[in-house]
Write a protein that binds this ligand. Structure first.
Ligand SMILES: *Cc1c(COP(=O)(O)O)cnc(C)c1O
Length: 218
């Protein structure tokens, strides 16, 4: 099946309030243009350099989401154009994003990445650390960053009960925070688990291989 066909099929299964980030990491300009030509404008990358290179090469009406772990010294490269940063996990990073957003006279939207998986390797904050961070005085003074929700990655497992439980816990935390904040976005769900994420309140799925095929890292 073609890239555009797969993209359109997946979009058709999503409720109206759920947006699809088509994850283009390792994919070529030609492959990405196939998604673009089918009308898709929301793309995700996990490496800043790769995202900047593609942003330069591709049409400027594409919205770029940074979905990967971020090194602070690279924030400046994406600050002129990035539309949402998914994996924010420290106050230092937030301060740097705010600084670079200010330089570009922009307000940059961000999500806090919460660690929900059982694996050690996954990035993200604990719920408690997120609560502490959101309550700090420093953060209230930052005018050029908006925290608009949460992001999470479930454990890499075939156990759908476990995945479901992890998403469900994050959704509960999200709803609690939403009572007192302007949260709009819960970014959960990838190619293998987005149907489970949809059942558990996802408002944004990040899907790569189910659209573009397996990634070639060689
Ligand atoms: C690569 C990646 C995805 C997409 O993964 P697929 O399994 O190919 O859909 C989603 N989120 C993050 C953070 C990623 O790095």
């Amino acid at each position: 099946m073609s890239i555009s066909k797969k993209l359109i099929n997946i979009k058709a299964t999503l409720p109206k309030n759920v947006s699809l980030v088509a994850v283009t990491k390792t994919k070529t300009i030609n492959e990405i243009m196939e998604a673009y030509d089918s009308g898709h404008r929301l793309l995700g990358e996990n490496k800043i350099q790769e995202m900047v290179a593609k942003w330069s090469a591709l049409p400027k009406d594409i919205k770029w989401h940074m979905i990967g772990h971020i090194q602070r010294n690279k924030v400046k490269y994406m600050a002129p154009f990035v539309s949402l940063i998914h994996a924010v996990d420290s106050l230092k990073l937030i301060i740097e994003i705010n600084k670079q957003a200010l330089k570009n006279q922009r307000v940059i939207d961000c999500l806090l990445q919460i660690k929900i998986a059982s694996e050690e390797s996954k990035f993200g904050m604990s719920e408690n650390d997120a609560l502490i961070l959101l309550a700090t005085e420093d953060i209230k003074e930052l005018q050029n960053i908006r925290i608009i929700g949460l992001m999470g990655m479930a454990t890499f497992t075939n156990n759908s009960n476990q995945i479901s439980k992890e998403f469900q816990n994050l959704k509960i935390f999200y709803d609690t925070l939403k009572e007192t904040r302007h949260f709009t976005t819960l970014s959960i769900g990838m190619s293998d688990d987005y149907p489970i994420a949809l059942v558990n309140g996802s408002t944004m799925v990040r899907v790569g291989s189910a659209i573009f095929g397996n990634r070639n890292y060689s």
